[in-house]
Write a protein that binds this ligand. Sequence first.
Ligand code: ZN
Length: 271
Amino acid sequence: MESPLSLMCVVAHPDDESLGIGFTLAKYAAEGVYTSVVMATRGERGWKGKPTDYPGPEALGRIREAELLTSAKILGVNEIKFLDYMDGEVDRVEPLEISGKIAQHIRRLRPQVLITFDPLGAYGPTDHIAISQFALGAIALAASCEFSDPGGNPPHQVAKVYYMIDSEPLVKLYTRLTGKRIHVTADGERRKYTGWPVWAASARVDATGYWDVAVEALASHESQVGHMMALIRRIPARFNISSWAVQTFYRVYSLVNSGRQVEMDLFEGLR
Ligand SMILES: [Zn+2]
């Protein structure tokens, strides 16, 4: 019997899943694919309010965990697993420890498809870059006979790996919508979000039918995007929603298909 389809997303902070691939998660969950999100931190330091109102890392972590669980329920995501690292410190974690934890989830859930951040972590946050590297390390560990899994599950080879990417035109649209260029400052440098060239996408997943679900899921991250939701809800009146809800991916590798034709389904070659 063929294994049921399973999709795993490995990211760093609650809201990465909704901002990154909320539409895609909603679509595959609705189609009956087993969807899971492995989350490195609880976003304990991502305070958007006045510094004097910051409730502290533990309290914010609890708030953001609850927001993520609500978002996951709306998207139909089957499982959320936290790796329990501290926001802002993912790049300093011991690699075998964190990749080993992710590898255990891979062996247990046996996803055919795994999605993570691109090598730039979308727009440069160090946690995003680190979790992408650790996820790739985990894929190697999960498949290796030399990795002994405390959970006792046998090796598993992920068939397809994707980076979630946004195109240059989408980043421009986002800048038009918000009037602000997404950026982060790290190591004393301002890192600007540029997006990927349109031609670089190897997969486009049309989830326009899941607009309402994905926007509601995003809205549950009140502490992060509450101030932007009015703008986001006006997108359909101002823009073609397919620019937002047809999500693009770069295929890092595939063991089941090849060629330059743009995939419409991340499970191409597996169904
Ligand atoms: Zn993030």
